[in-house]
Design a protein around this ligand. Structure first.
Ligand SMILES: Cc1cc2nc3c(=O)[nH]c(=O)nc-3n(C[C@H](O)[C@H](O)[C@H](O)COP(=O)(O)OP(=O)(O)OC[C@H]3O[C@@H](n4cnc5c(N)ncnc54)[C@H](O)[C@@H]3O)c2cc1C
Length: 378
């Protein structure tokens, strides 16, 4: 059967599903997508107005080629839709050079010739006085970096997919995915539909929908907290996002509205989310203590009373590497899961890879290190 005539289901139209639907529809597949809510909602992994895009990777430099592929597709989606989804205002990476993550950043910059600046304490004090560096810290400005609008991106990719012929069933949770001899059946409360292939991108619901999944995906509850600066330093001409790798891994973004700065923490500091259908969205005062301490130590011009708090969910694998590829024993079901807090920037690339796998059964992208084929069961 030719790629153009393949029927592909996309289960979950969030970060990855909206991009997969776009890439599949762009290649002429017949796409039917399902979401338990509607594209652009804030009840899962993709809310809170901003996500960091960067080209230097501190987790693993093998992501860099995928980031470059994503970069091209970000531009393509913006051009096709006329929407500004990303703003390349830079990202400052700060932390001890003794720590492995800063070493990986410097390694990926050197290996891939990335556009960057290393800033010493004097340059930091002049250009970015809002940050307090510690002895032994390095500061690197990744210039091909900035922020993405997550809700706008999901809606824009989903709408682009619809323009190209995809159908999206909103408020339609998929209850079961059943591999059958000549494809796969998607079961919802409305009935059952047959497809050649299914792409499954249900984020924090992955264990709910696929209880037999042979890998552990730990669903965590992430707090975003917005603080208002007491000086003008955050909203000058340069407005980079930042990531601090040590001593407490955290990140932040000046809000696009020019009023507040959003802060977030890393994996070790997130509580388990529990049932994704019953996420506790209330932030207790004691959960803010760590933010207050970070502000006191590293960003003293932020007023420590948050003006806004929000809670999201994300799935983490043990290695923090996502699971991308066919489900064991079900070649017609392509899984994308466990993005471990760093999937958004890469999402157009993952959508494209999902389309490769669903339509061709293989991808030219270097995904061995994240492929389900290369993973042993937990
Ligand atoms: C607070 C926070 C900050 C982050 N910051 C960054 C960052 O700065 N940079 C970065 O690159 N990444 C970041 N990430 C990570 C990134 O946002 C995630 O990796 C990414 O959004 C995960 O995408 P997903 O498609 O797996 O999940 P989602 O975007 O949550 O999509 C899953 C979709 O599946 C739907 N669904 C679930 N079950 C079903 C079902 N049974 N049937 C139909 N539909 C279903 C849901 O409604 C949802 O729309 C952050 C994550 C969080 C939570």
């Amino acid at each position: 059967m030719s790629a153009a005539r393949k029927r592909v289901a996309v289960v979950g139209v969030g970060t990855m599903g909206s991009q997969a639907a776009w890439r599949l529809a762009a290649r002429g597949a017949e796409v039917v997508a399902y979401d338990r809510f509607a594209p652009g909602h804030d009840r899962s992994a993709a809310g809170g107005e901003t996500r960091i895009f960067r080209s230097a990777h501190f987790e693993d430099s093998r992501y860099v080629p995928l980031l470059q592929h994503a970069d091209t597709l970000w531009e393509q989606l913006e051009q096709e839709t006329g929407r500004e989804l990303r703003r390349l205002s830079g990202c400052l990476l700060m932390g001890s050079t003794e720590h492995q993550q800063m070493a990986t950043v410097l390694q990926s910059i050197a290996e891939h010739g990335l556009d960057h600046e290393v800033l010493d304490a004097e340059a930091m004090a002049k250009r970015f006085p809002q940050y307090r560096l510690e002895d032994g810290d390095a500061a690197v400005l990744d210039r091909r970096a900035g922020f993405i609008h997550p809700e706008l991106t999901v809606q824009t990719a989903a709408r682009r997919a619809e323009r190209l012929g995809a159908r999206i069933h909103r408020y339609t949770p998929v209850r079961e995915i059943v591999p059958v001899a000549n494809g796969v059946e998607i079961r919802t409360d409305a009935g059952s539909e047959h497809f050649d292939t299914a792409v499954v991108t249900v984020g924090p619901w992955v264990k709910d929908l696929l209880p037999e999944l042979p890998w552990e995906v730990d669903i965590r509850r992430l707090i975003s907290a917005w603080y208002v600066p007491t000086t003008d330093a955050w909203f000058g001409e340069e407005r980079p996002a930042f990531i601090r790798t040590t001593p407490t891994h955290c990140y932040g973004l000046p809000s696009p509205d020019g009023v507040s700065v959003k802060l977030g923490l890393s994996r070790a500091l997130h509580k388990p989310a529990g049932d994704p259908n019953a996420l506790d969205r209330t932030v207790q005062p004691e959960e803010l203590e760590i933010f207050t301490e970070l502000i006191r130590r590293h960003m003293p011009d932020l007023h420590p009373d948050p003006t806004r708090l929000a809670v999201y969910m994300e799935g983490y694998t043990e290695s923090s590497r996502p699971l991308v590829g066919p489900l064991p024993g079900a070649d017609n079901v392509v899984l994308l899961a466990g993005f471990s807090g760093h999937g958004f920037k890469l999402s157009p690339a993952f959508g494209d890879i999902a389309a490769d796998l669903a339509l061709e059964g293989r991808t030219p992208q270097p995904i061995d290190f994240i492929s389900t084929h290369s993973r042993t069961a937990a």
